[in-house]
Design a protein around this ligand. Structure first.
Ligand code: FAD
Length: 307
């Protein structure tokens, strides 16, 4: 068995692998797609000490760093079930294989929920964005829309209003679901327009970049086109934890519940990054979280009888 078996090969899983391997213990990483979400990212400008890089380049660097150590990387393998309770924790794979670890670190990340309208996929990274902390500054002085009036949408709109020229917040229902204090803040901003009962039907572009958005007024049925340069989709981040539903404690949003050390509800099972309740889903935070989970796993190993 592995001393530390890591599920997920994004920034959290890669950091966990480096930290575990540096303890000289047997380390394995199983990942559906090594690199994770950064593979879908263009510019990365907020990983401290790297002023600017691109997602695929960052992912290649993650892999190179992990490969510098004695780590088994099992790429293109999906975990489908976790079995704990015995001496070893078992990870069953979709292809029928079974891996075992004295400890397991879950680092399966998350995915942004999409609005599923024409133009969204086509202009992803060319005007369609999901992360205001990451991509907000790219729209400095421009016009953007935020789709979604929950806490994340309203927070994004407030955040962006300080950077961009104008924000249009588009909410599907006839109420904003965000906390009252956020709504008050939003309504006090001069460069924000709030549109309720509006269903986004299309994101337009010139073939290269976004130049508009159409929504349907759900009261009148009228189609309205807004000219803008960016669209932030803020209708939810879904953790990749469906396969863990019956084993480890999850929050009501499906995030793995962890304590300050990355310990989950199961002894010997730790978790890190976007798939957990750790707030703020960012590369640097996931990487730090992965390091922490690996140190916690090591601590667990030296204290347990499963030597
Ligand atoms: P992920 O990166 O999601 O990695 C999860 C890993 O687990 C992957 O290897 C995946 O294949 C694997 N996996 C999932 N399910 C299974 C399974 N069942 N079995 C096996 N493996 C599985 N953050 C920033 O800090 N700066 C940015 O500029 C930035 N830009 C972004 C742009 C875009 C378009 C997106 C989508 C995200 C961006 N982020 C950015 C967020 C950042 O990418 C994430 O916070 C970070 O990648 C999370 O790392 P993670 O390791 O927790 O999860």
């Amino acid at each position: 068995p592995y001393d530390v078996l890591i599920v997920g090969g994004g920034p959290a899983g890669a950091a966990a692998a480096v930290y575990a391997a540096r303890k000289g213990i047997r380390t394995g990483v199983v990942a559906e797609r090594f690199g994770g979400q950064v593979l879908d990212t263009m510019a990365i400008e907020n990983f401290i000490s790297v002023k600017e890089t691109e997602g695929p380049k960052f992912a290649a660097a993650l892999e190179e760093h992990v490969r510098a150590y004695d780590v088994d990387i099992m790429n293109l393998q999906r975990a489908s079930r976790l079995v704990a309770g015995g001496k070893l924790v078992e990870v069953q794979l979709a292809d029928g294989g079974v891996l075992k670890g004295k400890t397991v670190i879950l680092a399966t990340g998350a995915r942004w929920r999409e609005v599923n309208v024409p133009g969204e996929r086509e202009y992803r990274n060319n005007g369609v964005a999901y992360c205001p902390h990451c991509d907000g500054p790219l729209f400095k002085g421009k016009r953007v829309a935020v789709i979604g009036g929950g806490n994340s949408g309203v927070e994004a709109a407030i955040d962006l209003a300080g950077v961009v020229q104008h924000v249009t917040l588009i909410e599907f229902s006839d109420v904003l679901r965000a906390d009252a204090v956020l709504q008050r803040k939003l309504k006090s901003l001069p460069n924000v327009t709030i549109i309720m009962s509006a269903q986004t039907t299309e994101i337009h572009g010139d073939g290269k970049k976004v130049n508009g958005l159409t929504y349907k007024d759900r009261n009148t049925g009228e189609l309205v086109k807004v000219e803008l340069e960016g669209v932030f989709v803020q209708i939810g981040l879904v953790p990749n934890t469906e396969w863990l539903k019956d084993t480890v404690a999850l929050s009501r949003h499906g995030e793995i519940e962890v304590d300050a050390r990355g310990q989950t509800s199961l002894p010997g099972v730790f978790a890190a990054g976007d798939c957990t309740t750790t707030p703020y889903k960012q590369i640097i935070i996931s990487a730090g979280d992965g390091a922490k989970a690996a140190l916690s796993a090591f601590d667990h190993l030296i204290r347990s009888s499963v030597a």
